[in-house]
Design a protein around this ligand. Structure first.
Ligand code: ZN
Length: 369
């Protein structure tokens, strides 16, 4: 909306008053609109002193007209959002709750208090388009892979029912993580309350992915020593639930805690170092790197940790502010690395499953695997 449209709908006397106001962004929504409205009303007070003698009757009406006009503009804004006629916003005019990364200078969606408008925005180009699609497509990919895996003939498993539940935990974790994530990025601009609820789901999803990834890996790696397997499972569940609990605090989602967030989830993933060392010490390095799939696990850790570092340090947009607004900013790269890491983990786990199938259900005396 231009300042000219702004004037067009008001009485001509009001247009004169408005032209004395400092120029402001004509389509500021929600609370900003409210602020602009209050500012206009305040400044109206000063003018009233000057013009009292000549136009006292009209000036008494002016604040009311201003408020009415601002209401009209707000309604018009809501209609525009509803029709999908919103335009992209620069970072500095966003309300505080939408200000997350100041290296992403332009291309933001405005606050859009309509789920319909948020979901329609999936098909438009803005700062969240890449974040939404990376995890929406990732989610569909793991959903299809999971369905194919669950329908594999039982003859290709040693204990089909048990193994399908165990591997199903990985797929459940991955699908929950990726779907909470694309949903969060879709409705992030709805309103402060909605964004807060979905950001908590988004963080919890990462903990679900990590917990779900541990289940089949521990199951196959410690197939012949169920006691440590059980203890490690309990430990990862306790740690995962703790991470989910911390994610429910409002401060956890704030930009200042970006590094802490990355640290919490990297720490949760790195708790896998303990069972890994246990495995390497009891089985030997050679067996760990061949049958134990340590190479794939190492690659998975590398992908996740690189993603978390890019996320925490906001690389590359920190070095090119305004150049990575739409594509290739840190959050998008982090999303791609999460999908890649999850797939590498699945590959390692399915190799472990294949080894178990060829070895049969029996266990050698001195082997955890
Ligand atoms: Zn995300």
């Amino acid at each position: 909306m231009s300042p000219h449209e702004h004037h067009a709908t008001t009485p001509s006397r009001k247009a004169d008053l408005n032209s004395e106001q400092p120029p402001h962004n004509g389509s500021m929504p929600g609370s900003e609109e409210q602020e602009a409205m209050e500012k206009t009303v305040e400044e109206e007070g000063d003018e009233e002193v000057e013009e009292r003698n000549t136009d006292e009757g009209f000036m008494a009406m002016a604040p009311l007209l201003q408020a009415h006009h601002a209401m009209e503009k707000m309604e018009e804004f809501v209609h525009k959002v509803w029709d999908g006629r919103w335009r992209l916003f620069p970072h500095d005019v966003l309300p505080d709750w939408l200000k997350d990364n100041d290296f992403i200078v332009h291309g933001h969606r405005p606050p859009m208090p309509s789920f319909r408008a948020c979901f329609k925005s999936i098909f438009r180009i803005h700062t969240e388009t890449g974040n939404i699609w990376t995890h929406l497509l990732g989610c569909l990919f793991f959903l299809c892979l999971g369905i194919v895996y669950m329908f594999r003939p039982n003859i290709s498993f040693v204990a089909p029912f048990q193994e399908k539940i165990v591997i199903g935990m990985f797929f459940l974790g991955a699908i929950l993580c990726l779907s909470f994530s694309w949903l969060f990025h879709t409705v992030y601009c709805h309103s402060e309350g909605v964004s807060r609820v979905f950001s908590k789901l988004d963080y919890s999803g990462i903990a679900f992915l990590i917990m779900g990834s541990f289940v089949p890996w521990l199951y196959y790696s410690f197939y012949c020593s169920p006691q440590p397997c059980f203890i490690y499972l309990i430990v990862i569940c306790v740690l995962g639930i703790s991470a989910i609990t911390v994610s429910q605090c409002d401060f956890f989602a704030t930009p200042q805690y970006r590094g802490v967030r990355a640290g919490v989830f990297v720490g949760l993933g790195l708790s896998g170092v303990v069972p890994t060392l246990h495995f390497v010490i009891s089985e030997g390095f050679l067996k760990a790197t061949t049958i134990g799939q340590m190479g794939w696990l190492f690659l998975m850790a590398l992908l996740y940790i690189t993603g978390a570092c890019l996320y925490a340090a906001r690389i590359p947009e920190r070095f090119f502010p305004g150049k990575c607004d739409i594509w290739f900013h840190s959050h998008q790269l982090f999303h791609v690395l999460v999908v890649a890491g999850a797939f590498v983990h699945f590959h390692g786990v399915s190799n472990l499953q294949e080894f178990r199938y060829t070895a049969g259900g029996g266990c050698a005396e001195d082997s955890a695997l």
